[in-house]
Ligand binder design. Structure first.
Ligand SMILES: Cc1cc2nc3c(=O)[nH]c(=O)nc-3n(C[C@H](O)[C@H](O)[C@H](O)COP(=O)(O)O)c2cc1C
Length: 168
């Protein structure tokens, strides 16, 4: 993995997120890695820092991991990883070891405890610098009925990107 500029190929990151989702990896307090698909998020600049915002519902196993560690990695899958994204977006780390089941390679990150996924093409290592929840009383009514009919309002994690890396 080599370090690259945060802004490099960000258009591809956004396209991949819309196409099949990105892979959000985290680790529990015990170090056990997990991965889930994320389709909603924003790479951008806030507080003069590169930040990747991800939206995670409290019902996700990943939620507890990020609450426990304050760290995560956003991995951009290759175009051949569509099935892996669907698997990681429909199975929970409560029930299965998704790294083992999908043969994903956990590569040590340089700045956080959450692992990079070796098969992915780009990685954003993030430390949570802010978090807040979607506010029921403030959300657009149409979005509320589409996304929050059952509650489970997302928590937004603002991850300062400490390092962006790409496969050599
Ligand atoms: C393409 C795709 C995108 C998804 N995006 C999100 C998302 O942005 N936020 C979220 O909370 N769940 C999202 N999900 C659902 C989670 O990935 C799914 O519930 C997953 O099983 C959670 O895994 P975990 O329990 O191991 O954390 C998405 C699912 C798919 C298939």
């Amino acid at each position: 993995m080599k370090e690259i500029e945060f802004t490099r190929d960000v258009d591809h990151t956004l396209a991949a997120m819309q196409e099949h989702g990105l892979l959000l990896s985290s680790a529990g307090a015990d170090g056990r890695p997990n991965v889930m698909a994320v389709g909603w998020g924003c790479p951008g600049v806030i507080w003069g820092r590169p930040v990747f915002v991800v939206l995670v519902r409290p019902s996700r196993f990943t939620f507890g991991n990020i609450e426990a560690t304050g760290e995560f990695v956003v991995n951009v899958p290759g175009d051949d990883m569509h099935e892996t994204c669907m698997y990681c977006g429909t199975k929970s780390g409560r029930d299965v070891d998704k790294f083992a089941e999908r043969g994903l390679e956990a590569v040590a990150a340089e700045t956080v405890g959450a692992p990079l996924i070796g098969q992915c093409v780009r990685h954003y290592e993030c430390r949570v610098v802010h978090r807040n929840d979607v506010v029921d009383a403030a959300i657009d009514a149409e979005i509320r009925s589409q996304a929050y009919a059952k509650g489970d309002f997302h928590r937004l994690y603002y991850g300062q990107v400490l390092r962006t890396a790409a496969r050599e």
